[in-house]
Ligand binder design. Structure first.
Ligand code: BTN
Length: 274
């Protein structure tokens, strides 16, 4: 029987730390069980709640991943959290916001556990030893040319719980297998918020994120196969642009193609010598 890993996400334990932090968290909601923290966060967004909102659940009964995939999120399995933002960013910069969270999760795990072999797979999967440790699902609400809200849902696998893991697209990895340190999810959440807010409140948000992102993104410099409903592109990933799109040099035409994370699924990078 799976156990709740720790009590650190309970409001009485984390609220004093959030309230005394400079991260701008205005509200926190804790669910022992819900369908999806992204669903709850979207309700708060539509009801007019301010940024930054943090919504966590110990268990999700309908956890969602990118591309309509299921996200296994059982009691005791990990950190399931959604962050509500009202970004003062141009809609075209939302892809960079998406990358910023991958970067924040990467940096938080590095700084707390100093993990070897940790990398970001574009746009924001966190991989270790080729297993997927964390994934991020960003959803937005916009009107005309304005972003009203963004909900960034982060799922971090800590312990393997019973579930249909054989069906997930990328083999999972679990933090408890990667470190001997005690895992306190509240500390990880606070560190993610600290890392993110260092970028979010910066005047040079886009440049700062992209510069740091290039350092930790394992996709850049790898051969990739990208598929979307429009077809498939394979070639060398050479960078990301100011919209957060992946730039791939098409191996057939030699042209640089810009790929939007909303439309594209990236297959496992191929070895560069193939
Ligand atoms: C992915 O890699 O496909 C994204 C996974 C995102 C999972 C998190 S868990 C918290 C939030 N609630 C959800 O339903 N999904 C995100």
């Amino acid at each position: 029987m799976a156990q709740i890993i720790d009590q650190s996400l309970r409001p009485e334990n984390i609220l004093p730390k959030l309230q005394s932090s400079p991260y701008g968290v205005q509200f926190y909601r804790y669910y022992t069980e819900t369908t999806s923290t992204n669903d709850r966060a979207k309700e708060y967004a539509r009801a007019g709640f301010p940024e930054i909102g943090v919504i966590v659940a110990e268990r999700q009964t309908a956890g969602r991943g990118r591309m309509g995939r299921q996200w296994i999120s059982e009691l005791g399995g990990g950190l399931w959290v959604s962050i509500l933002l009202r970004p003062r960013l141009d809609p075209s910069q939302m892809g960079v916001l998406n990358l910023a969270f991958g970067l924040a999760v990467y940096r938080a795990l590095k700084s707390l556990y100093n993990l070897e072999g940790l990398s970001v797979k574009w746009p924001n999967d966190i991989l270790i030893s080729n297993g997927k440790l964390a994934g991020i699902l960003t959803e937005t609400g916009s009107s005309q040319s304005r972003v009203n809200w963004a909900v960034v849902g982060i799922g971090l696998n800590v312990l393997r719980t019973p579930g249909s893991w054989e069906k997930v697209a990328t083999p999972p990895a679990f933090l408890a297998d990667e470190t001997k340190e005690r895992i306190v999810r509240g500390r990880i959440l606070l560190q993610i918020l600290a890392e993110f807010s260092a970028f979010y409140y910066s005047e040079t948000f886009v440049d700062a994120v992209l510069t740091e992102y290039m350092q930790c993104c394992g996709t850049i410099g790898s051969n990739v196969v990208c598929s979307s409903q429009h077809g498939s592109v394979s070639g060398l990933a050479v960078g990301v642009d100011t919209r957060g799109h992946l730039l791939v040099r098409d191996s057939i035409s030699g042209r640089i193609v810009s790929l939007d994370a909303k439309e594209v699924s990236l297959q496992k990078p191929l070895p560069n010598d193939e």
